[in-house]
Design a protein around this ligand. Structure first.
Ligand code: SF4
Ligand code: SF4
Length: 475
């Protein structure tokens, strides 16, 4: 089927050189000397090319793989420190004209319960999220004519306008169908943060296997070109992703790195975030498990991505179990969702109940703990959970690049903002245990900061948060 309304950017071409990927991945394994040289580049703050990344993907044997894991831990610890940014997904509607073979919301699944949140339902979902302490959301839409650019922009504006108590949503990111340049402009004008579109798999034959040609998503190049159009429209904050388990994880890791390089080369800024969900069971879904990614390979993949694109945020979602999430945080994940409900209306209708209704969900979650429980565990493990949105609000774009590349950026901005947003959470929403753990972490962090005018200002602001209604006091 030909879709006559497809618009391509001037850059539209298939920059995924699949034949080269296969050739590189067919080379003999890299030895420890080569792997050490490559990780030294990353630790020296140089991103890796897809070909260099392929060499890390071709490393074999526990000792060589440990060099990679260890380097990713070092990069995360020494460059990014202990902050983890928290967000929540909110499904707005699951009408969908596509028929992705792995998704419970595909049009051919008669078991899917279709629903779009009404204005009132949306308000109740947002109020509930705010009352739990969330500040950053990603809104998720199916692909359907009803969810056009104007609709998405309207929903974004509504979300920003809803406040309950001291709650507010400060950053709204979007995961929705690709738009044309005009559509992306309209959504940007509503004040979105990141626009996220996953290619699902960069392996074109596999892409066509899972996305029928008579659907809009069936056009590989139209989707691959989507973020070129978004960036042409002025959205410089975009998220890429692949659904791991559709094809060889090594190939799709190279696809992600090549996509990051393509955006960097053409727009001067790479993707803001990379997501790497693994396929999970979903309602009515029968998938090929040949390419399922083991936990060991998943850890390796995250470590290699950390090293290959060191200034891009890595998002790990609640599809993964608490145990896996805890383990891979150390390899360089910078954002996680928490307290997530992915059924339509789930935040008010299911609350924190740890049950799932597969007929109403796109896939199954592995981590259904509440935000407070996740916060508590992060704090106990020595992480600084952050709801910081300062750069976006001050127009400081390319934030991951800045934290990575500008000496002292994390000390000057990220840690103080992480501490004030954590304190807001502790004062306004936390359980007694989480508040205790959070206060201890704040004391430790303050004790480690050398005396300075900024530290005094931070202490003054924290006092204000404890004693008054003043909120959102970012540096
Ligand atoms: Fe629709 Fe997205 Fe599911 Fe595909 S993955 S069927 S586009 S909701
Ligand atoms: Fe991110 Fe900027 Fe906040 Fe640092 S200060 S955590 S880079 S938004």
């Amino acid at each position: 089927m030909i879709f006559h309304d497809f618009e391509f950017s001037e850059l539209a071409h298939n920059f995924i050189t699949g034949a080269s990927f296969e050739e590189w991945l067919g080379q003999p394994p890299a030895d420890s000397t080569e792997v050490r040289d490559l990780v030294a580049c990353s630790l020296n703050k140089q991103p890796l090319t897809p070909m260099q990344t392929a060499r890390l993907l071709r490393a074999e044997g526990p000792a060589v793989i440990e060099i990679i894991l260890d380097a990713a831990r070092t990069l995360k610890r020494e460059v990014y420190g202990n902050r983890i940014v928290l967000f929540a997904p909110l499904y707005i509607g699951n009408l969908c004209t596509n028929d992705c073979g792995y998704c419970a919301f595909r049009r051919s699944n008669p078991e899917a319960q279709r629903r779009t949140l009404s204005t009132d339902e949306l308000r109740r979902q947002i109020e509930t999220l705010e009352q739990k302490g969330h500040k950053r959301l990603i809104l998720v839409f199916g692909e359907h004519p009803r969810y056009d650019a104007r609709y998405i922009a309207d929903v974004v504006r509504q979300v920003y306008s809803i406040h309950i108590g001291r709650g507010e949503i400060r950053r709204v990111n979007i995961n929705a169908a690709p738009l044309d340049v005009e559509g992306f402009r309209e959504v940007k004008a509503a004040g979105i943060g990141t626009y996220q579109i996953f290619q699902e798999t960069y392996h074109e034959p596999t892409y066509h296997r899972y996305h029928p040609a008579d659907t809009r998503k069936g056009h590989y190049l139209y989707r691959l070109d989507a973020l070129n159009r978004a960036m042409t429209a002025g959205i410089d904050d975009v998220g890429i992703g692949a659904l791991f388990g559709l094809y060889d994880w090594r190939f799709d890791t190279l696809g992600l790195v090549a996509h990051a390089v393509h955006l960097q080369e053409n727009f001067g800024v790479g993707p803001h975030t990379i997501s790497f969900p693994r396929i999970q069971p979903a309602s009515g879904v029968d998938f090929d498990n040949r390419y399922m990614v083991s936990d060991a390979d998943f850890k390796r993949m995250i470590a290699i991505l950390r090293l290959a694109v060191p200034y891009t945020g890595l998002i790990l979602t609640a599809r993964e179990s608490p145990e896996i999430r805890r383990e891979v945080l150390a390899f360089g994940v910078s954002q996680i969702d928490a307290g997530s409900r992915i059924e339509l209306g789930g935040y008010t209708e299911a609350g924190d109940a740890q049950t799932q209704v597969l007929e109403r969900e796109q896939f199954r979650l592995g981590d259904v703990r509440s935000l407070d429980e996740v916060m508590g565990e992060l704090l106990q493990d020595g992480y600084l959970p952050s709801f910081c949105t300062a750069c976006y609000r001050l127009g400081r774009t390319g934030e991951h690049f800045m934290e990575f590349a500008i000496p002292g950026f994390i000390k000057r901005y990220c840690t103080p903002n992480g501490l004030t947003t954590l304190l807001e959470y502790l004062v306004d929403y936390a359980s007694v245990e989480t508040r205790r753990a959070g206060e201890e972490l704040i004391s430790r962090e303050l004790a480690m900061m050398p005396d300075s005018a900024q530290k005094q200002e931070l202490i003054r602001r924290m006092q204000q948060i404890r004693e008054t209604d003043a909120r959102d006091l970012y540096f």
